[in-house]
Design a protein around this ligand. Structure first.
Ligand code: ADP
Ligand code: ZN
Length: 732
């Protein structure tokens, strides 16, 4: 050994945000300390990137010390905990993603890696100025009364109602000394005892079961199931209170940002302070503060979207996944993961309980609960004996809408009665815009997107035809682009704008609000509209699935589903489950405060078992039928699925690579590969798509199989991209 290498440069493996399957090795400069989990900055090619010091593997490959590049900086930031590092590794293995790409989801907020700068503040001294004025007097009295609290310069001036110069003058005169204030907490500490409710019998039993899990300090999964309005939120708030009282952190996951406001208000009423929010719309400063304070442990509760799962909690004591069945938990971009499932893994690695909450659990979760793998806590009744709505199917063949309309006389009559009683109706249709298809009556030309296999949706209010996949839009033309005929374009089928038009034709004086996720004005406007509805400032609400969730509308007593057949029509294996969940949820919006309420479901197939189950409210029969069907087809949870999506700029390359993957599939007794087949959405954003479906038995090692298959296939070349979707939710 040469003298040179015996001075042994210390090296560390660092996970960097790249698709590399392994961490890279870097040299640690003299005096640098960086144990596993430490967040560092390292050179990567010409760039500087953040990375995480990874755990040393035994067979650490020796790197030529001359080629080693040094760690540039060690951030003054709490290191990622061992359970967080194991979580990153786990998600990477399960989803067949590079660990660095999973770590990238944790390291998205680089500004949070440095401690927050202290805020300059002022503290009263014993010295008094020689000259006194009324304004100075006010400042000094206020500061003396609040002592020993320190103030910011502007905070003090504002509170005393004086100008900044008065405060500055006092500081100059020695009445205040300048000190460094600790950074402001992004939210105040929640108080577990603040607004504790009186739970009734079943609720308190359920709450006790959850608080026992929290106290046990070990991993468990509980399904908290109960009809809409049963008080599930009140009950899991008790579990949160228990975790807070034990000094631990809590993550509450919610599927929709639009919901968080009403959730946050409720949380604040219960705990005296809001939870820290986490979603993609947060202002950057708030993001930084939340990330940093979660890592330091000072933020106690986070309410967030699926990405909150990748926050660096210091001491996680509970994870709650509200509306656990919701499809929004699935991310289908870069790392394909289901946040509900990964939340269970996160809880397991953090040795804390997970609580999955739903009125209509996913078939997988409910099966796990019935099999005893998850604890099952149920709240079968609405709070305060509010009755569930009476749900009936409207047979559209027997009660057809007027020509050109989509609302049956039965539904219109119920709406008229509701209006007369001064109550609210909700019409639900999962289609944005005015009409899903526009065609020319003269030549039959249909308006399709040039980048996607999709029709352009007319948005009449904006005067546009729009693609809902890529966002492409064009003005509605006056003449057909194909045959040139004027005034012969017709709208086919309804979107919510068209339903609004029909509604106003029948109820000209009614106050109608149309709600959808793409509304002009965004989330802010949506919240205002939701509040207006809750206050009774609307008679008829028309909306997409957004309105199925969250808000309590006390005056809402009629829910009309415009087209229940819509979700059942596509070939999706989860169509039945989705439809059942959505219709139960949307009809469950009615009658939450005890008024008599109705749900009317318009359909052309009233004999369909899913719709019958909705009308009869027969949850048990529905799940039994679903579970039997999944068992027969060896579908999840009785079998395993993974999709491989191959895309390319041209159809031929995508198909060829799909075939190459298929040819590379190893022979296996319990795994079968289907495809490649052109995807139902064959073209998205100009990319041609082919799909393979890998179907395995319950015990099959899908990940090993997929890895072998991809390794044996040629590397994708040119514009070809391969995405792996383990446990796919979408088959488009
Ligand atoms: P879920 O989450 O099951 O849909 P919620 O927790 O939202 O039900 O409860 C429905 C409504 O009933 C809410 O307005 C809630 O505040 C109220 N509620 C439920 N349980 C209680 C209780 N024990 N005391 C007071 N209000 C309650
Ligand atoms: Zn498009």
């Amino acid at each position: 050994m040469s003298a040179d290498s015996s001075t042994a440069t210390q090296t560390v493996p660092v996970l960097v945000p790249t698709p590399s399957p392994e961490p890279y090795t870097y040299a640690l400069g003299e005096g640098m300390q960086a144990g596993p989990g430490t967040i560092v900055q390292v050179p990567l090619g010409p760039r500087q990137v953040p990375g995480v010091v990874w755990d040393k593997e035994s067979g650490d490959a020796a790197v030529d010390p001359k080629k080693l590049r040094p760690v540039t900086a060690v951030f003054d930031c709490p290191p990622l905990t061992g359970d967080m590092r194991r979580f990153i590794g786990w998600v990477a293995r399960y989803t067949l993603s590079a660990p660095g790409m999973v770590a990238r989801m944790v390291l998205r907020v680089p500004a949070a890696f440095e401690p927050e700068p202290p805020v300059p503040g002022l503290q009263l001294t014993d010295q008094r100025p020689d000259r006194m004025t009324a304004a100075r007097e006010r400042v000094l009295v206020l500061a003396a009364e609040s002592s020993p609290m320190a103030w910011t310069r502007s905070g003090l001036a504002h509170a005393a109602g004086v100008s900044l110069s008065v405060v500055d003058g006092l500081t100059k005169a020695g009445a205040f000394e300048e000190i460094a204030l600790p950074p402001q907490p992004v939210v105040a500490a929640p108080d577990p005892a603040f607004g504790a409710p009186d739970l009734h019998g079943e609720q308190s039993q359920a709450a006790a079961m959850l608080t026992d899990e929290v106290a046990a300090h070990t991993f468990s999964v509980t399904l908290l199931e109960g009809v809409t309005g049963a008080g599930k939120t009140e009950v899991y708030f008790e579990a949160i209170a228990a975790a807070l009282a034990a000094g631990r952190q809590v993550l509450v996951m919610l599927p929709e940002i639009a919901l968080t406001q009403s959730f946050i208000d409720r949380f604040e009423a219960r705990f005296g302070a809001p939870p820290a929010p986490w979603h993609s719309d947060l202002p950057p400063r708030t993001r930084e503060k939340v990330w940093r304070q979660v890592a330091e442990g000072s933020v106690r509760v986070v309410a967030g979207a699926r990405s909150a799962l990748f926050l660096p909690f210091a001491d996680l004591g509970l994870i709650v996944v509200d509306e656990e069945h919701d499809a929004a938990y699935k991310q289908e971009d870069r790392v394909y993961y289901n946040a509900r499932d990964m939340a269970v893994v996160r809880a397991k690695l953090a040795h804390c309980p997970a609580v999955l909450v739903s009125a209509t659990p996913s078939v997988e979760t409910r099966h796990n609960a019935l099999e005893g793998r998850y604890r099952h806590v149920r709240l079968p009744r609405r709070f305060a004996d509010a009755a569930l709505p009476d749900v009936a199917l409207v047979d559209m063949r027997k009660s057809p809408p007027a020509r050109g309309g989509f609302l049956s006389p039965v539904l219109l009559e119920a709406m008229a009665e509701t209006l007369q009683r001064g109550e609210q109706s909700l019409l639900f249709l999962n289609r944005r815009g005015y009409a899903p298809l526009t065609l020319c009556r003269a030549c039959g030309h249909r308006f399709a997107c040039e980048n996607c296999s999709a029709w352009l949706v007319e948005h009449r209010f904006r005067g546009q035809l729009q693609c809902h996949h890529c966002g492409h839009h064009e003005p509605v033309p006056e003449a057909c682009p194909q045959c040139g005929t004027f005034d012969h374009l017709v709208a086919c089928g309804p979107g919510i704008e068209r339903i609004a038009e029909e509604t106003l034709a029948h109820f000209a004086d009614a106050r109608v609000i149309v709600l959808s996720s793409d509304m002009v004005g965004g989330v802010k406007r949506l919240r205002l509209e939701m509040e207006a509805i809750a206050k009774g400032e609307a008679d008829i609400i028309i909306g997409t699935q957004l309105v199925a969730k969250g808000h309590n509308f006390p005056l809402l007593t009629l829910v009309g589903v415009v087209d229940a057949d819509l979700g059942l029509a596509n070939g999706d294996p989860r169509a039945a489950e989705r439809t059942f969940q959505l219709l139960s949820q949307v009809t469950g919006r009615a009658g939450r405060t005890g008024r008599k309420s109705h749900g009317l479901i318009q359909t052309y197939q009233p004999e369909h078992p899913v719709l019958k189950a909705c009308a009869e409210g027969d949850l048990e029969a529905f799940y039994a039928a679903q579970i039997a069907e999944r068992k027969r087809g060896a579908m999840p949870p009785f079998g395993r699925l993974a999709a491989i999506i191959v895309s390319a700029n041209d159809r031929q390359s995508a198909e060829a690579h799909g075939r190459a993957l298929r040819a590379a599939a190893p022979a296996s007794g319990d795994i079968m590969v289907l495809g490649p087949a052109e995807a139902p959405l064959a073209l998205v954003r100009g990319r041609h798509r082919f799909r393979l479906l890998v179907h395995g038995s319950e015990r099959a090692d899908m990940q090993a199989y997929l890895r072998a298959m991809i390794a044996a296939a040629p590397n994708p070349r040119g514009s070809v991209r391969v995405a792996v979707d383990v446990d796919p939710q979408s088959f488009l």
